[in-house]
Write a new protein. Structure first.
Lengths: 260, 33
């Protein structure tokens, strides 16, 4: 994520994404607290209906889970709508929310099965198993996302890649993502060397086989013109950028001068 | 990382923190906690 690879992000997109992500955080928190409360009364409960429940749900748990579930969909939709424009790791909203939900709920299972067990009872293997399973479900995609972000930031300095725009498809996403941008000094040296060799070869060929003269009699600048034309052709084809073209041109002119 | 990108990260982290606090507040208002 270097400066040269970043596009401008509009303020409206940032606010929209913040509302979506904040709402998702609220929804996940509600579900986390509600399931934690349910775990505190034994892990199951029931409310309403014609029967008398053996274990009523803790206050607020049912409403919190309902709000959490529907809120996650609602604010998730808002966040996804703006994710593409914000880009970066925040553009991968679904993975972040997935990881937050499963890791937080997994902690509830682990806590209930290992750390907050009633006195006299041992570790609850079901809680441990569910906790680890939920952590794996949330953690694996999160690790993958972080590795992808790291890889993206490493390659960002070498290319003009469009910002990673999350997971959502977008008609606005460009089809071509990589364009040479920075001039590698070693590459520039190699190109100068190629230009020099090319010029020398052209000169030798012109001297040995004057079958296809490249210039009219009396024109002593035929080879340099040819070389410059070739360089211009390379420039037009995008194989040389402006800096490389100027460097190669200067080298060709410099080497051509004393020879004539 | 540009200043604009840092600002985006700061806004998103603040949104997450605000969302968590709001979730606790709502849960308390519903009678939980």
């Amino acid at each position: 994520m270097s400066g040269s690879t970043e596009r401008r992000v509009g303020g409206r997109a940032v606010v929209g994404e913040a509302v979506g992500i904040g709402g998702m955080a609220m929804s996940i928190t509600l579900m986390f607290l509600a399931t934690r409360a349910v775990m505190g009364v034994g892990g199951s409960c029931a409310d309403g209906g014609p029967y008398v429940s053996a274990q009523r749900c803790p206050d607020g748990a049912t409403a919190a889970i309902l709000i959490g579930v529907f809120g996650l969909f609602l604010f998730g939709g808002v966040a996804i709508a703006f994710a593409d424009r914000v880009g970066g790791i925040w553009g991968s909203t679904p993975i972040l929310a997935w990881a937050a939900l499963f890791i937080s709920l997994g902690w509830n299972f682990l806590d209930g099965g290992v750390f907050s067990v009633p006195e006299g009872s041992g570790i609850d293997p079901t809680g441990v198993l569910l906790g680890l399973l939920f952590w794996a479900m949330g953690g694996v995609p999160l690790v993958g996302l972080l590795l992808a972000a790291r890889s993206s930031s490493r390659t960002a300095g070498r290319t003009v890649a469009q910002p990673r725009a999350g997971l959502m498809p977008s008609a606005a996403r460009p089809t071509s993502q990589v364009t040479p941008q920075r001039t590698d000094p070693r590459r520039a040296d190699a190109l100068r060397s190629i230009a020099t060799d090319l010029g020398a070869a052209v000169d030798r060929a012109a001297a040995v086989t004057p079958v296809h003269p490249v210039a009219a009699p009396g024109d002593t600048h035929g080879s340099i013109v040819d070389r410059l034309e070739r360089l211009a052709d390379l420039r037009e084809r995008g194989l040389l950028d402006a800096d490389e073209f100027e460097a190669a041109k200067a080298a060709a002119i410099r080497e051509e001068g004393p020879a004539r | 990382m540009s200043a604009a990108r840092v600002l985006v990260h700061a806004v998103m982290v603040a949104a997450v923190v605000a969302g968590v606090l709001l979730g606790r507040l709502v849960f308390g208002a519903l009678g939980g906690g």
